[in-house]
Design a protein around this ligand. Sequence first.
Ligand SMILES: *Cc1c(COP(=O)(O)O)cnc(C)c1O
Length: 366
Amino acid sequence: MKFNKNLQNLKNYEAGKPIELVVREYGINEKDVIKLASNENPFGTSEVVSKGIAEISNKAHLYPDDSYFELKDALAKKYNIDVKNILIGQGSDQVIEYCVHAKANENSAILTAGVTFAMYEIYAKQVGAKVIKTTSQTHDLNEFKELYNKHKDEISIIFLCMPNNPLGECISKDEIYDFIATIDKDVMVVVDAAYMDFASYKDTKMQIQPDDLIKNFQNAIFTATFSKSYGLGGMRVGYAIANSSVISELAKLRAPFNITTLSLKAAILALSDESFVSKTMKNNFKEMIKYENFAKEFGLEYINSYTNFITIKFNKENSSQICQNLLKKGIILRDLKSYGLNAIRITIGKSEQNDKVIDELREILK
Ligand SMILES: *Cc1c(COP(=O)(O)O)cnc(C)c1O
């Protein structure tokens, strides 16, 4: 059977390893596994959310309100925008997919940083679009400009992952605005803000506010998620914010009921529990220092992170080997070999988890 030719050379996304795998393969108790591989929230699910979804667990037979009005209304208030500026997706992954499918095709290209969120490339290749990347691993806006000018006839979408996953760097709002101002209005600029709340907590210069962004740029799309700071990775809820004319085009790609009755409830309740998010932020940047100190002590390069993870590059040791050794001890980290880096991305965990990870890493390196 012949398939769409765009699928021929398309690789699957390599997700972080699950807890179940470590339990199955190494016989480690589930409660002893430390998973700091997928940038999930180390505090788990907020109690407000887990109670709320338990209360409606007998409503699984009902489709959700497909307008997602209550969730959009809460987001509209949070960001000072209109519900017409919001599209809800099954994770922000899905709204990113809609962006690509709405704008890119065989005759066009997307432009991204050298090392960035892998799904941009995968979605682009699905529709046969070309992927142009900077030679710089992190976002270098001068190189973005050069490549944009060079491939102006082809580029239909520019992805700015702010802050960037899997590296963690961020660029100030002013620099991002100056850059977007040089881009043609017919080119879509996606600001993937999956970790923007972490970045603005660390340094307000990084803060891009979606209402302001879309007022200034009719071609900009802000995407965000409940998976990281709100602790709802397993619920799969994300959203896009853009001008209503953009949202109405993206909405044509959406299947009905693309998030579940329980996910919808979870996201609404998560927005009401800001104390959970602030606890997350405080822990994150306090604990991150431990990893920075560890890297300094061993002369390892790390990237100054504006996210809930830190990426550490290794010199002579092999990152895959280190991850494999840690896996046997029940510690799951993210090897970045598939991104062409001899580096490991570590999600910032709770204090005792980070201490354990650093102890084990010390043991391996010494
Ligand atoms: C986690 C992540 C997403 C998507 O997360 P969802 O769980 O699909 O909402 C998007 N972009 C980046 C950069 C991410 O790290």
